[in-house]
Design a protein. Structure first.
Length: 212
């Protein structure tokens, strides 16, 4: 398997989807910011974020973090930090919650995020600021795939140290069991096909890593 080609091809397709979402936000600034438009962006954003996580898993294939391990943010807990005005991309899928079912419109809360300077020219429609920031963070992470892969390698190294010390550790894999977040079994679009392809390849990489 030519993994470099896999990253290049799928990364290019993913970037086109990210740019399409940014174009959609710019179009909404003209006054078409409806609740349906917001939900439509969210339906696109979730599988795109999940696809990037799988590309990061592939990019981290065989990578070993060496030397001093500084504290890193994995994002699996749902707590997101900020660095240089750019939010930290969550490396881990949000885990499924079982129990009480919340009904109604989903609410997005972003703590400690500043709007990235390169996206400041886009006038975000009211109620779309959080989505705009998530897309900006997504784009920044996609353009720094090796750096994100190193974040994952460092997390794994620190997790191994915590496990050896008998301390509590987080999830072993960035990918949650079952279908990836945002995937549609029915009425699948191009983004869902891309997500499923990357999910299959990333799980292959994870299986190889565990068996080593």
């Amino acid at each position: 398997m030519n993994w470099e080609l896999v990253l290049k091809r799928n990364g290019s397709e993913l970037l086109q989807l990210v740019l399409a979402m940014l174009a959609g936000l710019r179009a909404l600034s003209g006054g078409a910011a409806t609740q349906e438009a917001r939900l439509s962006l969210l339906r696109m954003l979730r599988p795109v974020e999940a696809t990037l996580r799988r590309l990061i898993v592939i990019a981290a294939r065989g990578m070993v973090a060496k030397g001093r391990l500084p504290p890193v943010s994995s994002g699996f807990s749902g707590v997101v930090g900020a660095k240089a005005g750019i939010g930290v991309f969550a490396l881990f899928d949000p885990r499924k919650r079982f129990g009480t079912v919340r009904r109604g419109t989903p609410v997005l809360t972003v703590i400690g995020w500043d709007t990235p300077a390169r996206e400041s020219a886009v006038a975000m429609p009211v109620g779309f600021e959080a989505i705009g920031r998530r897309i900006a963070v997504l784009r920044a992470a996609l353009e720094d795939l090796p750096g994100q892969a190193l974040r994952l390698a460092r997390f794994r190294a620190r997790r191994a140290l915590r496990a050896e010390a008998g301390r509590k550790v987080g999830p072993a894999s960035p990918m949650r069991p079952g279908w990836p977040p945002g995937y549609r079994v029915r009425n699948a679009a191009a983004v869902h096909e891309l997500l499923l392809d990357c999910d299959t390849l990333a799980r292959r990489v994870e299986n190889e890593r565990v068996c080593q």
